[in-house]
Design a protein around this ligand. Structure first.
Ligand SMILES: Cc1cc2nc3c(=O)[nH]c(=O)nc-3n(C[C@H](O)[C@H](O)[C@H](O)COP(=O)(O)O)c2cc1C
Length: 368
């Protein structure tokens, strides 16, 4: 291993959890869990990434146990004994292979359309009825519904600890429910969950606090956030540096063990092209462990997957090594490159990057 790769493959202590290296598998929905139960292949699918050298695995988005959490077909949940047993198998196989695993807890909010299973009458839940600015199309959550949802997250975090996961990642990114609260263009509430950045972050804060309270200290609880929304790639929680610092510190004060900042391209600076990326800004503001992500090892960002231009080429990791070596962020999540090649991390470590299997859409239709 040459010097440049030292940081990527060095051990990391995430608030007491020892990871063998800095490579994280990004959360990736698979739609292979009819009735919320991961199919038989799931333990092997995750174990292969652990065998392939990933230090920390983030599961695909797992719906929280709430009537309006789901928005896509065949996504997994934690609601039945069968689902829990499958997750137990996943965790056991990953641990056997020397990796850690966090469950990503997900609520789609207003992305849920009327008529969707499991209960077609249940509408999309949102802060103010909006999914994009302009037209009310979904249900505006009441105060009681917000309080109920916070308990749902905490109870699910507890279930994840009982199953054996090492932690959870609260999905607060990409324009789903928690991010709908962060986004001032569609959170128009006039109570304490809308208005200032403190108020818009209150749902996330209370979910983190309630989940920390109900789980043990060794169980890690963090959050994934993004400036961009699937509804609008240019949208932001805030473009004001001071307010962004405040936002990250609210998450820190709520007890987040880590912050995962989702970028489409990890090399892009948050405020100027050469500056810190979003994870770098979060780390500088809070000192917390941070995860970055976005097009690692690939020549196209993941949005292209959905616009037809899905074939990728492998590219070098020089900028990644540079950023890790100067501790801009602590961990790097890898998405598509790990779908097409479960051995991605080992190949990089062994200098066999020319043997990495490049990603295309077929790997999302047929998981290897
Ligand atoms: C097929 C697919 C499914 C995804 N599902 C999720 C998800 O469940 N939760 C989430 O936070 N992000 C999800 N993402 C985004 C990824 O976690 C990641 O941020 C994105 O793919 C960028 O990383 P990459 O360029 O290395 O692929 C998904 C991406 C892909 C390609």
């Amino acid at each position: 291993m040459n010097d440049q790769k030292n940081t990527l493959f060095s051990a990391y202590n995430l608030n007491g959890l020892n990871l063998r290296n800095r490579v994280v598998m990004a959360p990736m929905t698979r739609n292979f869990s009819p009735n919320g139960i991961p199919k038989d292949y799931a333990p092997t699918y995750y174990a292969r990434r652990a065998q392939g050298g990933v230090g920390l695995i983030l599961t695909e988005g797992v719906e929280v146990s709430h009537r309006a959490a789901s928005g896509y077909p065949n996504c997994p949940n934690l609601e039945t004994d069968e689902a829990k047993k499958m997750w137990e198998k996943v965790v056991t196989e990953v641990h056997k292979n020397n990796s850690s695993i966090f469950c990503q807890l997900w609520h789609v909010g207003g992305i849920r359309k009327p008529g969707m299973p499991p209960i077609p009458e249940v509408p999309g839940f949102t802060p103010s009825g909006y999914v994009v600015p302009g037209k009310k199309v979904a249900h505006e959550m009441t105060h009681e519904e917000i309080k109920e949802l916070i308990e749902v997250y905490a109870e699910d975090a507890k279930i994840c600890e009982e199953i054996g996961f090492d932690g959870v990642e609260i999905h607060g990114a990409h324009g789903y429910l928690i991010d709908q609260f962060f986004w001032d263009q569609i959170n128009l509430r006039t109570d304490e969950y809308g208005g200032s950045i403190e108020n818009r972050s209150k749902l996330a804060k209370e979910i983190l606090e309630a989940s920390q309270k109900i789980t043990s200290d060794s169980f890690k609880i963090g959050i994934r956030v993004s400036q961009w929304k699937q509804q609008d790639y240019e949208a932001k929680i805030t473009s004001d540096a001071e307010e962004l610092n405040k936002f990250f510190n609210i998450l820190k004060d709520a007890g987040a063990d880590f912050i995962h900042c989702s970028n489409r391209r990890f090399w892009e600076g948050e405020f100027n092209t050469k500056g810190l990326n979003l994870a770098g800004v979060a780390k500088e503001a809070t000192g917390l462990p941070t995860i970055s992500v976005g097009s690692v090892g690939l020549d196209k960002d993941f949005i292209k997957l959905y616009s037809g231009d899905h074939k990728t080429q492998t590219v070098d990791l020089n900028i990644l090594h540079e950023k890790l070596n100067k501790s801009e962020f602590d961990l790097i999540a890898v998405g598509r490159a790990l779908l097409s090649d479960p051995d991605w991390a080992n190949k990089v470590q062994d200098g066999k990057e020319d043997q990495i299997v490049p990603f295309d859409k077929s790997f999302v239709e047929n998981y290897v």
